[in-house]
Design a protein around this ligand. Structure first.
Ligand code: ARG
Length: 603
């Protein structure tokens, strides 16, 4: 109801200003407006919208809230356009005004929704700058080479993908960047170690698999921590790599390819699209970062290292906190790479990305890192005025015991094992249900449904939590057909698909739409909220808002489905109800797609 609420806001603003012309012009003279504070109703019994402005206006207007509310209502009642949309406003409590939309207005909204593929969500006209479209850059997933992807990367991948989908739906060009950890000391250690224990891995593709690589990395790390000469050799190897020594470079490429192939398997299973631009990509730009920081007088030499002292952030003993950008041995680090990346991403020349908004999806543990990096980027003037730079942090994935998610033997859980288990459990649930219902289905059907439900459950369990809270990973809960789960939403769609098969999804002319039951009106009101929810997710970067909405929509639909007849009722109600079913299906499907979750016709 974005458009409608805009119209209403304008009418109410005008009513308030006509009721208090002097105060209104005084406010305007000060560059402000009197604010009627119109918000969606907090409870359905309050109607559709509430005007809350009378209370805070009481003091400046020197009248009681009720008097102010009465004056606003009197103005509104003289406006025929307003009375076309709303029933006569009701003053409640000390001076709130409740607005209830007229049925005719709701039916109009529904009939335009029925023929709108975008379901009321406005599409942003691409902003052209220098003839180019400024993209939204989302940095997500970003696992590390020679390490397994863990559940933290899974969260980043799922949340990042969903945000990217919302921006794409709104009409933005989105750059989905995979900032993989493919550079730095770890390669020095790994190459040095492999030269001794598995030299073939450095010259032949596919010589070892990722599992082995991870084990080798662990051994290398241990040697690095314990053995001085190994440390020295590793550092020399890093220098070789950074100066592009062909043998070191070849070994590095092979190792990256190996990990990349494994990562890709996960992305394929999750249907995630990413452009890989790892840390190594920014290697040629690191020196410029240091140069530029020097020019801008931000660099300080501290204990042999080049650093920037962060404002408003203190470390031990309240001393200002330095962010090291060039180590005393001349090496660069994670932060330097991120600084180079910000510069590159906001660079408006043909060499850069010219980003409009730059979003990082990582665990909350990196909040300080990003706060520091963002601060330096701001102080170095790399962030254009119109642009936005945001960290989207998320909490931990915990086991059912409330501790960090681990396997029974205490290892970190591998993503592919986790997805396999979700699918296996979905399959046994399904087989049980088929048996109970006496249904016979093909093996292809069982495989397809189990895969879809298993992956959907994992994704939805993650997205439906407020991303900042830690959440407990529970297969039982996420696969349940009850509650705020993927199977519950998928099942609502299956019900509608069943109705469509039986009743046909007939077209209906707008003037034929007729509703007479409360369950219909509450479903209608729920359906009309979709556009606002999407715009809110785009603004606040919280996919759980969309999940909550889809859950409430499914609940509202299920009440409608359970409590009133749909196929066995007279026209024009039958057609009208089927039209609501179709719109519910379209809204649920679009919403699920924006979460990166495919839907089913039968399950
Ligand atoms: N590779 C990092 C990790 O696994 C995440 C990188 C996030 N992106 C960035 N630009 N720093 O923790």
């Amino acid at each position: 109801m974005l458009t409608l609420s805009k119209v209403l806001k304008l009418q109410i603003q005008n009513a308030l200003e006509s009721a208090f012309p002097e105060a209104a012009s005084a406010a305007r003279a000060a560059g402000k407006r009197l604010d009627p504070l119109i918000v969606p109703a907090s409870k359905p019994e309050f109607g559709d919208f509430q005007i809350n402005g009378a209370l805070p206006l009481a003091k400046p207007l020197k009248q009681s809230p009720r008097q102010i509310a009465t004056a606003i209502v009197e103005q509104l009642e003289t406006n025929a356009d307003f009375l076309n949309l709303c029933k006569p406003p009701v003053i409640a409590g000390p001076g709130f005004i409740n607005l209830i939309l007229k049925p005719s207005c709701l039916v109009n909204e529904i009939s335009s929704r029925l023929i709108d593929k975008r379901l009321g969500v406005p599409s942003i006209p691409p902003k052209k700058k220098n003839g180019e479209i400024s993209p939204v850059v989302i940095d997500f997933s970003s696992p590390n080479i020679a390490k397994e992807m863990h559940v933290g990367h899974l969260r980043s991948t799922i949340i990042g993908d969903s945000l990217a989908r919302v921006f794409e739906f709104r009409g933005y060009e989105v750059l989905r960047l995979n900032h993989v950890g493919d550079w730095g000391t770890q390669f020095g250690m790994l190459i040095t170690h492999l030269k001794e224990v598995a030299p073939e891995a450095l010259s032949t593709p596919n010589a070892i698999d990722l599992g082995d690589l991870v084990a080798f990395y662990r051994q290398a790390k241990q040697r690095f921590d314990e053995d001085n000469s190994f440390q020295l050799a590793s550092r020399e190897e890093v220098v070789k790599l950074q100066s592009e020594d062909p043998i070191a470079l070849k070994a590095w490429k092979l190792l990256c390819d190996q990990s990349r192939r494994e990562f890709q398997k996960i992305y394929d299973r999750l249907n995630i699209d990413l452009t890989e631009r790892g840390e190594s990509f920014y290697n040629p730009f690191l020196r410029q970062v240091i140069e530029d920081l020097k020019v801008k007088k931000l660099l300080v030499l501290d204990d042999g290292a080049q650093c920037v002292f962060l404002e408003g952030m203190t470390g031990k003993e309240g001393k200002p906190l330095p962010m090291i950008v060039k180590k005393s041995d001349g090496g660069f680090n994670y932060a330097t790479t991120d600084l180079a990346a910000i510069r590159y991403r906001f660079d408006a020349s043909p060499k850069g990305d010219n980003a409009l908004r730059l979003i990082y999806v990582t665990d909350a543990g990196q909040a300080n890192h990003f706060a520091g990096v963002f601060q330096i980027a701001e102080r170095a003037n790399w962030v254009p005025n119109h642009a936005r730079l945001e960290h989207v942090p998320f909490g931990l994935v915990q086991g059912e015991d409330g501790k960090k998610l681990k396997t029974r033997s205490g290892e970190t859980v591998r993503l592919r094992d986790l997805l396999d288990e979700a699918i296996e459990r979905a399959e046994s649930d399904l087989r049980l249900r088929l048996k109970e219902e006496g249904r016979l289905e093909s093996e292809d059907f069982i495989e397809h449904v189990s895969k879809t439900v298993g992956i959907a459950a994992v994704k939805y369990a993650d997205l439906s939590q407020h991303r900042l809270t830690n959440y407990q990973f529970s297969f039982d809960r996420m696969l349940s057909l009850q509650g705020n789960t993927a199977p519950y939403l998928l099942y609502a769609l299956v019900r509608i698909a069943g109705l469509a098969r039986k009743g046909g999804m007939i077209d209906i002319a707008p003037d034929e739409l007729q509703f007479n039951e409360p369950q219909e009106w509450s479903l209608i009101r729920e359906l009309l909220k979709f556009d606002e929810v999407i715009v809110e997710v785009e603004e606040e970067l919280l996919p759980n808002r969309l999940c909550t909405y889809l859950f409430e929509l499914s609940q509202s639909f299920n009440r409608f489905y359970d409590q009133i007849p749909i196929l066995k009722t007279d026209e024009p109600y039958r057609k009208s109800r089927l039209a609501l079913c179709r719109l519910t299906a379209d809204t649920l499907k679009t919403g699920m797609t924006l979460l990166g979750i495919p839907t089913l016709e039968r399950m």
